[in-house]
Design a protein around this ligand. Structure first.
Ligand code: COA
Ligand code: AMP
Length: 636
């Protein structure tokens, strides 16, 4: 049964994509229905639902209040780190959001303006995202684990009128003061922001700069609630910066119309969650998973979403997820494999799980990185439900490969994210652009057009959009991952083919970290490579060649580099190891053989590159890795 309906819909979504998505568009409320499904804009890029008019915050709030969900919980805030929990109904969310929209309006924010949110996981971040959407303003949420320099890069690119922040966050038991980071970023940025609004939390008080900074709780008292404005389907809803292969992040644009349709489709057909059910994405609003599945999709669907300010372990223990599922009767949980590995590490036998009643939980969805088979098996054994590994990216905004539960279930093959989602014509291509035979690895690409919800282009950078995604294989979107299809069409993602790495479910660029390491005055040249890590998936490790006459010890230098990366990129980079080597392995034309270095650390087979300048350098590198126990291959 699954296969028949799925196959029919999948084929229709490729062969008559306009017809398929126009039908899906009927599932949301438009102020003006779109004239067309698919069109091309003035740059020749595909756009969805031109002519349609809507408001995303209306769909998430007003629509539900108008249709009898006003008293239903919309958001449950669970914060073990601040010993707080609170439930907001849809009506209360509408009120909070309208008042924040009014506050922003009072600061001059209008349709098309940008607003940066650098905030911890508190309800105000969700209300602020919706408040921006309400005004037709474009938000850009920056993950709290990024340092001032990363925030400054995003400020200069997005040029926001207002920056919203809070006085602090809590990492397990450590208070992180946000305002000094914001102040430093504002000093570093070329672009000058007119207004900064700070939500003062009880455990951290931020100092405010007269004329620029505002005390949120005070300012909002004077705000008049603001209603929604009509926006075009193709107007931007948000920018989400993500790591590419250079130090400069890419601003993924999400539009309003395609995104709303894709979010709704995904809740019905992939996650199969009904309005009124409790859906929990245990992630952070700073990442795409948080945007789509903490905020937008569950609220468009009329579900109750959970905003969790804590970790899977230590807040207070490895039973925290299971307790929340029990307390709030969660139907579907979504998290990263690394979070499950953290729980497994602290509670290998799942003893904390049996304490709680998790009978409401139907499915666990995993994404953000490859799900290793051991983690998959552990979760399946402990939870005794279906575990669904699904693949997607910041660029897509929603899953591209998954078991789409609305069609029923298919047998799972651990290690595979299963089958393509409707709308995604996924192919595996070799270097010449030919399709690979079954079980042969190649580049994962998607035949254009991409379905609704995916990035139409990059913020202020059409050229980089084309160069990064469209230029390698004409007519296809290049995902940046490697993978293969088996004879049943199941797709296995094997990992990134570029310098992007996933560290504990956080997407980072090794080039970004490398830039910081290279800026140290003692370093002649360096390479930062992402090597496999049993717990965090990957971690970045540095190899550095010193300038002549440097006297600091290797330990001193390593400490200094770790401090620099933490300060410039952020603690989330997890940069904890840097080793001095005499030379870096290179090709005769001077290209550093980073992939070969990675393969050596991971203990993978590789053939000696024919272009290598000096093979002895690799032998020296192995000795350094062995001496410092770097990489899986050299663990004692
Ligand atoms: N603000 C400030 N610092 C932060 C931060 C934030 N929002 N998030 C992380 N950090 C810090 C951590 O405190 C840690 O600091 P430390 O080096 O001083 O210990 C550092 O950044 C590294 O963080 P992380 O890699 O997240 O390690 P962790 O041990 O704190 O937590 C996990 C490990 C697995 C529990 C956590 O990474 C996790 O839940 N990952 C899932 C991510 C996710 O949801 N991704 C989205 C795809 S679903
Ligand atoms: P992000 O943009 O942060 O969502 O990261 C996207 C990247 O994470 C992808 O390009 C993949 O490399 C990786 N990824 C996400 N989900 C999966 C998955 N289910 N299996 C393998 N890799 C994944």
């Amino acid at each position: 049964m699954f296969m028949k309906k799925y196959e029919d819909d999948y084929l229709k979504s490729l062969n008559d994509s306009e017809g398929f998505w126009m039908e899906q568009a009927d599932q949301i409320k438009w102020f003006v229905k779109p004239e067309k499904g698919l069109s091309k804009d003035e740059n020749g890029f595909y756009r969805w639902f031109k002519g349609g008019k809507l408001n995303t915050s209306y769909l998430m709030l007003d629509y539900h209040v108008e249709n009898g969900r006003g008293d239903q919980p919309g958001l449950i805030y669970e914060s073990p780190v601040s010993y707080t929990n609170k439930i907001f109904t849809y009506r209360e969310m509408l009120d909070e959001t309208s008042r924040i929209a009014g506050m922003l309006k009072g600061l001059g924010v209008e349709k098309g303006d940008t607003v940066i949110l650098y905030m911890p996981m508190i309800p105000e971040v969700v209300f602020s995202m919706m408040a921006c959407a309400r005004l037709g303003a474009v938000h850009s949420v920056v993950f709290g684990g990024f340092a001032a320099n990363e925030l400054a890069l995003r400020i200069d690119d997005a040029k926001p009128k207002v920056l919203l922040t809070a006085s602090g966050g809590i990492e397990i038991a450590r208070v992180i003061q946000y305002k000094p980071i914001v102040d430093e970023a504002l000093d570093l940025a070329q672009f000058k922001i007119e207004s900064v609004v700070v939500w003062q939390r009880p455990f951290a008080t931020a100092s405010l700069q007269e004329g620029r900074d505002h005390h949120w709780q005070e300012l909002i008292k004077k705000a008049e609630p603001a209603s929604w404005v009509e926006v075009d389907a193709t107007d931007p809803l948000y920018i989400l910066y993500t790591s590419g292969t250079t130090g400069k992040p890419k601003g993924i644009i999400r539009d309003n119309g395609g995104h709303a349709v894709a979010m709704k489709y995904s809740m019905d057909w992939i996650y199969k969650v009904d309005p009124g059910e409790v859906y929990w994405a245990a992630s952070d609003v700073g990442w795409v998973v948080g945007h789509s599945y903490i905020v937008y999709a569950p609220l468009i669907q009329g579900c109750t979403t959970i905003l969790y300010e804590g970790k899977p372990v230590k807040t207070p223990d490895a039973g925290t997820f299971w307790k929340i599922i029990q307390d709030h009767k969660v139907s579907v949980l979504f998290t990263a494999p690394t979070a499950i590995r953290a729980i497994k590490k602290d509670d290998p036998e799942g003893k904390k799980h049996v304490i709680y009643n998790n009978s409401t939980l139907r499915y666990l969805f995993l994404a953000g990185e490859r799900c290793d088979v051991a983690t998959y098996n552990w979760a399946k054994e402990v939870l005794e439900i279906d575990i669904i590994d699904h693949w997607w990216q910041s660029e897509s905004g929603w899953p591209m490969i998954s078991c789409s539960l609305g069609y029923g279930t298919v047998p799972v093959k651990p290690g595979s994210a299963t089958l393509p989602v409707c709308g995604f014509d996924i192919r595996i291509l070799d270097e010449k652009g030919e399709e690979c035979a079954p079980n042969v690895e190649g580049a994962v690409v998607i035949k254009l057009p991409l379905p609704p919800g995916c990035l139409p282009t990059l913020w202020n950078n059409n050229k980089r959009f084309v160069d990064s995604y469209l230029s390698q294989y004409e007519g296809y979107y290049l995902a940046g991952d490697g993978g293969y299809k088996d004879e049943d069409g199941y797709i296995f993602i094997t990992g990134r083919t570029d310098d992007v790495i996933n560290v504990a479910g956080h997407r980072l660029s090794t080039a970004d970290i490398e830039e910081v390491v290279a800026s140290h005055p003692d370093i002649a040249e360096c390479a930062v490579v992402g090597i496999e890590d049993e717990f965090k998936g990957h971690i970045p490790v540095g190899f550095v060649v010193l300038k002549e006459g440097v006297h600091s010890t290797e330990e001193e230098l390593e400490r200094e580099l770790i401090r620099m990366v933490r300060k410039t990129v952020g603690p989330v980079a997890n940069f904890k190891q840097a080793s001095v080597v005499k030379k870096l392995p290179k090709t005769r034309s001077g290209k550093i053989l980073r992939k070969t270095m990675r393969f050596i650390a991971d203990g993978k087979d590789f053939s000696m590159p024919s272009t290598i300048e000096d093979p002895v350098v690799l032998e020296d590198l192995k000795i350094v890795m062995r001496d410092k126990s770097i990489g899986k291959a050299f663990q004692p």
